[in-house]
Design a protein. Structure first.
Ligand code: ATP
Length: 332
């Protein structure tokens, strides 16, 4: 897979690094966002584009820089270099106006174990100077309802399952209406039932119009609930775009099974296929724009004995493994 092709075909043109005059209408846009810890570059010139209305999966193995990026997006730590816009506004200048419109799950809220879910939300709401105390009961009820915790609202937090705790944390992020939700590993550590609950909740929030950015190390999570993906590897964003675009860009390969792989490779090369390789009893190449029938006919014409012929489209996992050299956990 040509990495450059994936990068070039991003959703929209990427402005030059540090183009400070540029304003994006994306829900999240970063410009050369960088964080160094001592000599280590944890996040390296990242150019995120999260379109409005997207469910954007921020995918990468442990230590690839996802949490550090999210902490910068939320203003929890300062970037070493670069800047970002949230909801079309420059964060550095307008954080106070933007943050009330952004719900976040990062370094989760500190819940009191002996208070109920409802009482915990009331405490958090009281600490939020931007929240209207006159509407607190209605907003807490709505947030509990939204995450399916109405029946368990009176139970102590310590009696909650992990899935319920995570849903309460999301309820805390929903105490006021949000245009953007940024969730750091919202299903991490949950059992299959809790995972399903949180994924259904995320999909529901997106269906109601919120933009959601969530980090994950699970490709399957991205495939199940995301419309867009950005892949991090060693601090760098190695690709991003809509899943549909990335799948469409996957280059199909032709595979010929034959006792004369070198002769088959010659035919494939003569037909103009790129990246032609041979293995024991096989020859392969990128299909490009050619019709597979044309290739079979030419092989037969060239007296190449064809035992088997196939066209394989790489799946997202193949593409990402090629970009990062690492496997992704596809379970759960
Ligand atoms: N406060 C810090 N001080 C020093 N190094 C840090 C700090 N925070 C993160 N790092 C390092 O930066 C790199 C990126 O970490 P980060 O937590 O952003 O990755 P991640 O993709 O979120 O991984 P995980 O899924 O494990 O949280 C790691 O090598 C990590 O050790």
């Amino acid at each position: 897979m040509a990495e450059a092709a994936l990068r070039e075909g991003g959703d929209r043109s990427v402005p030059a690094l540090g183009a400070s005059s540029h304003r994006s209408d994306d829900a999240v846009a970063t410009y050369g966002l960088t964080k160094r810890f001592g000599h280590q570059v944890a996040v390296d010139s990242v150019e995120l584009r999260v379109p409005r209305g997207a469910v954007y999966g921020f995918l990468g193995p442990n230590g690839s820089g996802k949490t550090t990026t999210i902490r910068m997006l939320l203003g929890l730590i300062m970037p070493t270099a670069g800047r970002h816009d949230l909801l079309g506004e420059p964060f550095q200048e307008k954080a106070g106006a933007i943050l009330p419109r952004v719900g976040a799950l990062c370094e989760g809220p500190a819940f009191h174990p002996y208070l109920s879910g409802r009482a915990n939300l009331a405490r958090l709401d009281a600490a939020d100077r931007t929240a209207d105390p006159r509407t607190v009961k209605r907003r807490i009820d709505a947030a509990l309802e939204r995450v399916g915790l109405t029946a368990a609202a009176g139970k102590r937090y310590r009696a909650y399952s992990l899935g319920m705790r995570q849903r309460l944390a999301i309820a805390a992020a929903l105490l006021t209406p949000r245009d953007l939700l940024i969730l750091d590993e919202p299903t991490n550590g949950l059992d299959p039932q809790g995972t399903r609950e949180v994924r259904a909740l995320v999909s529901g929030l997106a269906a109601e119009g919120a933009t959601v950015m969530l980090s994950t190390h699970l490709l399957s999570e991205v495939e199940q609930i995301c419309t867009h993906v950005g892949v991090m590897h060693q601090g760098k964003l190695v690709t991003q775009g809509s899943l549909a675009q990335l799948r469409a860009r996957a280059q199909r390969r032709v595979r010929v099974e034959t006792e004369r792989p070198e002769a088959a490779a010659e035919t494939l090369t003569a037909l103009g296929l790129a990246e032609v390789t041979t293995g024991p009893g096989t020859a392969e190449g990128l299909l490009g724009e050619l019709a597979p029938e044309k290739i079979v006919a030419t092989l037969v014409h060239d007296d190449v004995p064809v035992r088997g012929f196939g066209v394989v489209a790489p799946d997202l996992e193949d593409m990402f493994v090629e970009l990062t050299g690492e496997g992704f956990d596809v379970s759960a």
